[in-house]
Design a protein around this ligand. Structure first.
Ligand SMILES: Nc1ncnc2c1ncn2[C@@H]1O[C@H](COP(=O)(O)OP(=O)(O)O)[C@@H](O)[C@H]1O
Ligand SMILES: [Mg+2]
Length: 280
């Protein structure tokens, strides 16, 4: 196998990057895939939400940045999932990184030896377009963009796509934007549907899988792994993440999973409008 590397990126905080990373990863492990998640955010929310104390996670990505440990040496086995943890020192490491030759390529270089060990590597990016995120984009095959369908969402997406354009020109020619993932979605207000249609049409991007419904269960789950896929998993949001994972793996859509996600054909037509705008 050779892993596909996905960067989960949006420089806006709180749009669901970490939740998306963990739930796609969990859904892929359910499908029998070998998955590594990389916490590329100095706030270390992913590390924390899996139950690890970011203050004591040693070694962590920070040690990789300063050359004390390889990324492979930082990996923790968390059940079926492998995790490369971050801690708060990563913020300092980011500054160190800035003065390095080839600073954009650190993560890419570290992942080279790991590609054969995984089917998928998911990189949870920081809420910035700084050098760490550039590392994530430089290491990635595909970018997944979680968006909350709010009035100004498109501005963040525009900025991110500009950065993706730079990365393509300068450090990673093969980088592809796989599409948008609609997070914390409430299909009832007309407004959220309009924002989603506008985003998809404006940037000519596909929507990956069904929108992930807003659910209090996601907000409640940080200690249990911030992942609702696995264990208790009957909320629409977890089904949406299962469908998203299957789509990323190019598996055929499962009508039952789509229905459980609130994404029957009728529901989809209603949200996206007749005639779509859904991209390819
Ligand atoms: N589908 C959802 N429904 C309700 N709350 C959610 C959902 N997805 C994420 N959240 C919550 O929103 C907050 C921000 O999500 P997070 O994944 O940490 O965003 P980011 O990584 O982009 O900062 C978290 O408290 C998370 O639990
Ligand atoms: Mg996060």
């Amino acid at each position: 196998m050779t892993a596909t590397v996905y960067a989960v990126a949006n420089q806006k905080g709180g749009v669901g990057k970490t939740t998306t990373t963990l739930n796609i990863a969990a859904a892929m492990t359910e499908l029998g895939r070998a998955v590594l998640v990389v916490d590329l955010d100095p706030q270390a929310c992913l590390t924390f939400s899996l139950g690890y104390d970011p203050d004591t996670a040693e070694p962590s990505l920070n040690d990789t940045v300063v050359g004390r440990a390889s990324l492979a040496e930082t990996i923790i086995q968390h059940g079926e999932l492998d995790v490369a943890p971050a801690n708060i020192d990563l913020a300092g490491a980011e500054v160190t990184l800035l003065s390095r030759t080839g600073r954009e390529y650190l993560l890419r270089g570290e992942l080279v030896d790991l590609l054969e060990s995984y089917d998928a590597i998911l990189v949870d990016c920081a809420p910035s377009l700084g050098v760490l995120t550039i590392n994530g984009l430089t290491a990635a095959d595909e970018v997944l963009i979680p968006v909350q369908c709010e009035t100004l969402s498109h501005r963040g997406v525009a900025q991110l796509l500009e950065t993706v354009g730079d990365v393509r020109r300068l450090t990673n020619r093969g980088l592809e934007v796989r599409g948008l993932i609609a997070t914390m979605f409430d299909p009832r207000p007309r407004h959220t549907r309009e924002v989603l249609r506008d985003l998809l049409a404006r940037y000519e991007l596909p929507l990956i899988g069904p929108p992930v419904r807003k659910s209090i269960r996601f907000a409640e789950s940080p200690t249990s792994g911030a992942s609702l896929v696995g264990g208790n998993s009957s909320v629409p949001g977890s089904s949406a993440y299962r469908a998203i994972a299957a789509e990323l793996l190019d598996l055929p859509p499962d009508p039952e999973v789509l229905a459980a996600a609130g994404w029957s054909d009728e529901q989809r037509d209603e949200v996206l409008g007749i005639g779509g705008g859904a991209g390819s």
